[in-house]
Ligand binder design. Structure first.
Ligand SMILES: [Zn+2]
Length: 427
């Protein structure tokens, strides 16, 4: 990057490859907004970056992660009985004893990791329950403030322990919405029966109306084919006239439903303009554990949802916590896992996988001005690749990440093959 003479633009990216454009372009940015995408932008920028023919994509979007839980795995200690009951007791102990500062520190590590891998918008769930109260929310709010220059963070108030089965949570959810949460979460399948699940959803929808908030629930995160909370949520969405504002995450039971029922539910979900988020990394690992072969894969029916015209995003869900020991907060990795898990392999399907971490995920988060056109926000990732399919296949290096028109992160990789003359340089 070289400082140029005073010009009308804050930043110009020179010689950029832009999807759908046959020739390289210059991208000019002012006040955090893309102003021009042209063969050649005359004049100078305060800063200029010669991206030398690399691909410029809108920055990635993470629509589903749990930033309050990330990095807790090393704190959990040994589960001496190996039982789920002890695992839950250990998780509660961590949640009960955490300070907001500790939550913020752990979340911060993962936010910075996400930004380095090209993500500048994150929707995170945070636990709201009588175990940890509002501490997880306070911690993630602090992390969001500390990283506001790098990333937009939208917070979902998530009743991890249920609402009916954890008395006091309904009031805490209300307090969370007053204290800075943006979206109403839920987990109706965790209640003890269908009646309680319906009541859980009703409480959440009332809260959403009170705060004019979107809704994003954990739905049917179980292998149990009798789990029916997606249909309940769809019904409630139509009844509340909240079409287009409700997201159903996980939806694992859909894999176990009979085809006929699944088809009916998907048609009703389309009528309610429901959004979906699948989390293939964690659910491939967690679901189908008690199955003998063939195993259920714990994914919603991604191809059918796409065929019905529904918006499907894809999330990391967990990073190094009690549920999942992996996770790099890298959405390009998550999209590649989705391709394998949902068998997305022809060009249009690969495009859908890429949309699940870009345009579809942005729609779910309600992002306006998402893209590489004049008028769009200048949140961009510049990849060591010629096109997005190649970027996905090779998990291309994220050379620069641009946040509101400023360079937020830089990664340079150089590889050399010994014994030859060829040098492969990542720029
Ligand atoms: Zn989740």
């Amino acid at each position: 990057m070289t400082a140029a003479a005073q010009g009308p633009y804050d930043l110009i990216l020179r010689r950029a490859r832009v999807e759908g454009r046959p020739t390289l372009a210059d991208i000019a940015i002012s006040d955090g907004i893309i102003t021009d995408v042209e063969d050649h932008v005359a004049g100078a920028g305060e800063s200029e970056v010669d991206v030398a023919g690399r691909l410029v994509s809108p920055a990635f979007v993470e629509p589903h992660i749990h930033l309050d839980k990330v990095g807790t795995l090393p704190l959990l200690g040994r589960n001496s009985s190996g039982t789920l009951a002890e695992a839950i007791e250990i998780l509660h102990r961590i949640k009960r004893s955490a300070e907001p500062q500790q939550v913020a520190a752990r979340a911060g590590v993962v936010i910075r990791q996400a930004v380095l891998s090209g993500t500048t918008r994150i929707r995170t769930h945070v636990d709201v329950d009588t175990v940890g109260g509002l501490t997880p929310l306070r911690g993630v709010l602090q992390a969001a403030r500390e990283h506001a220059h790098l990333c937009d963070i939208q917070i979902v108030a998530f009743p991890q322990e249920g609402i009916i089965r954890d008395p006091g949570t309904a009031d805490l959810m209300d307090a969370a919405m007053r204290s800075g949460a943006d979206v109403v979460g839920g987990m109706p399948h965790w209640e003890t029966d269908d009646e309680a699940a319906r009541e859980h959803i009703a409480i959440c929808m009332r809260l959403a109306r009170r705060y004019d908030a979107d809704v994003d629930m954990h739905v049917d995160e179980t292998d149990d084919p009798s789990s029916r909370t997606l249909d309940m949520l769809t019904e409630a969405t139509l009844r509340s006239d909240w079409q287009g504002r409700v997201t159903a995450g996980h939806c694992c039971a859909m894999a176990a439903w009979p085809d006929e029922y699944a088809g009916q539910v998907i048609a009703r979900a389309a009528a309610a303009r429901m959004n979906f988020v699948t989390n293939p990394a964690t659910n491939l690992l967690l679901q189908g554990r008690i199955d003998h072969e063939p195993r259920r894969r714990g994914l919603p029916r991604v191809k059918e949802l796409l065929a019905a015209g529904l918006t499907v995003g894809c999330g990391q869900d967990c990073v190094q916590d009690g549920f999942y020991p992996f996770g790099a907060a890298d959405q390009l990795q998550v999209a590649l896992i989705l391709c394998h898990a949902a068998q997305l392999s022809v060009p249009a399907e690969i495009d859908a996988a890429l949309a699940s971490i870009r345009h579809a995920a942005a729609r779910i988060m309600g992002v306006r001005g998402y893209g590489v056109q004049p008028g769009c926000a200048a949140d961009l990732v510049i990849l060591d690749a010629d096109d997005m399919h190649e970027a996905l296949r090779l998990q291309a290096n994220r050379r620069w990440v641009i946040r509101r028109g400023a360079v937020a992160a830089t990664t340079k990789v150089t590889s050399t093959i010994n014994g030859g003359n060829d040098q492969l340089s990542g720029g």
